[in-house]
Write a new protein. Structure first.
Length: 192
């Protein structure tokens, strides 16, 4: 078994047994498509992944990764959407079982095209109030190594720490022996 030392990998490991065939799930930040591929494998053959990115390049990369893993372009179990995640409600036809975020910018791509707190908050507000199934999960990989990421992470941590513990389980996972700016993983579970 591969040792886990990357929080993005840990997010997938934690969600693996908690997503089932038939679920509706979302990759909020498609990028190179690795989370989209993971989610797609879990929800087949009757579920669906809605995946968002604001860059055409991300759609292209994700399509390539999916096709290399057996997806056919006409297969409706994945929808690759060139739009901001803040508009996800237009595409969610039932409550979501899992939502994955990997924040920041796509390595090797335009650093200006990065996630931002207002957009993330807009998604979280909608999920918290309506769009996440009871027993559903949100995973967020957050980076503070760049200036915008620092602000984004501070706002995000304040937000999740204020979710009521009666209805929400919230965990923050850090690499204890890494630099302070190492990525953090936040897991949110809807309890009721
Ligand atoms: C760190 S990358 C995601 C990596 C990805 N999960 C993977 O497996 O390769 C962050 C992505 O978020 C995208 N992004 C930025 N703002 C966004 C928004 N408002 N809605 C959706 N995606 C956004 C960026 O274009 C970038 O591709």
């Amino acid at each position: 078994m591969t040792p886990i030392y990357r929080v993005a990998q840990l997010a997938q490991e934690l969600l693996y047994n908690r997503i089932n065939a038939g679920d509706l799930v979302m990759d909020a930040t498609m990028g190179n498509g690795y989370d989209t591929l993971f989610l797609w494998k879990r929800v087949q053959p009757t579920g669906k992944v809605i995946a968002f990115d604001v860059q055409q390049h991300a759609i292209y990369q994700t399509k390539k990764v999916l096709i290399n893993n057996g997806w056919k372009e006409q297969d409706p179990t994945v929808e690759l959407i060139l739009d901001s995640h803040s508009h996800f409600a237009k595409y969610a036809y039932k409550p979501l079982k899992a939502v994955m975020f990997n924040l920041g910018y796509l390595p090797g791509s335009d650093k200006e095209v990065s996630t931002s707190w207002p957009g993330i908050k807009c998604v979280l507000d909608q999920l918290v109030h309506h769009y996440l199934e009871v027993g559903g999960y949100i995973s967020i990989v957050s980076y503070s190594g760049h200036e915008e990421g620092k602000t984004e992470q501070t706002e995000l941590l304040t937000y999740v720490r204020n979710l009521t513990s009666k209805s929400w389980g919230v965990m923050e996972i850090i690499r204890s022996n890494a630099v302070e700016s190492a990525p953090k993983l936040i897991i949110i579970v809807r309890k009721e």
